[in-house]
Each structure stands twice: as C-alpha cells, then as structure tokens.
Ligand binder design. Structure first.
Ligand SMILES: [Zn+2]
Length: 116
C-alpha cells in the first residue's frame, strides 16, 4: 500500500509507503495556522520524492529543526523533513496535498503548538 501527493502545479510529487492515515495533526502554532496544515508524521524511509527536487526550496524558522519544503512554482508546501523526538528521521506529510484522502473524514488530533 502507498499513497501519493503533489503540490498544486504538479511539479513536485511524492509517495508514502503504508496505508493512508485516518488521523491528522492540526496544530495552532504561528506556522501551521497560516498554512492550514493537516499533518501526518511518517518515518523518512517511507517517503519518496517522485519529482520536483529542483523546484523545492526550504523554509526554516525558530530552531531550524524542521525543513519546510515548498514548491517555488506554486508556493504549496506538500511536506517537511525533520526528526522524531527519538532522533530518527521523519517526514511530515501535508495531507491536504493527498487527493485520495477525504479530509472531512480525518480524525483531528489538535496540538497546541502555540504554547510551546
Ligand atoms: Zn508547485
């Protein structure tokens, strides 16, 4: 099983090994609230960039711990790369960029990122 996602213009596309998630993280931090992310965290090894490496730019802020990757053509941020609390590499998937997922069916896990 795997699922695929893309930026809006389609220059950037990715696939993720595994079942499409039924839950998403909705965070209220200064960054997430502006971009409206619905996120799913997966081990980086399950993530494959299918195309668009040359179109991606990285946005860093705060502790620069997470590489927020966005398409320089359309501005969409389909994913970010970072580390889990245990230090292992992870990818944060913006589920809004995965067309196969019914966003209204996702069970939201609210994270109060604004407070930490
Ligand atoms: Zn794009």
């Amino acid at each position: 099983m795997s699922y695929e996602g893309s930026c809006h213009c389609g220059k950037v596309a990715f696939s993720v090994e595994g079942e499409a998630p039924e839950q998403a993280i909705a965070c209220n931090c200064s960054h997430c609230r502006r971009k409206g992310f619905l996120l799913s965290f997966v081990p980086a090894a399950q993530f494959t960039l299918l195309r668009g490496a040359d179109r991606l730019k990285t946005y860093l802020f705060n502790k620069h711990a997470i590489e927020h990757r966005f398409c320089t053509e359309c501005g969409t941020q389909p994913f970010a790369m970072g580390k889990m609390p245990d230090g292992s590499a992870m990818a944060a998937i913006n589920l809004r960029c995965v067309e196969a997922i019914d966003l209204d069916a996702l069970e939201l896990q609210k994270v109060d990122g604004a407070s930490f």
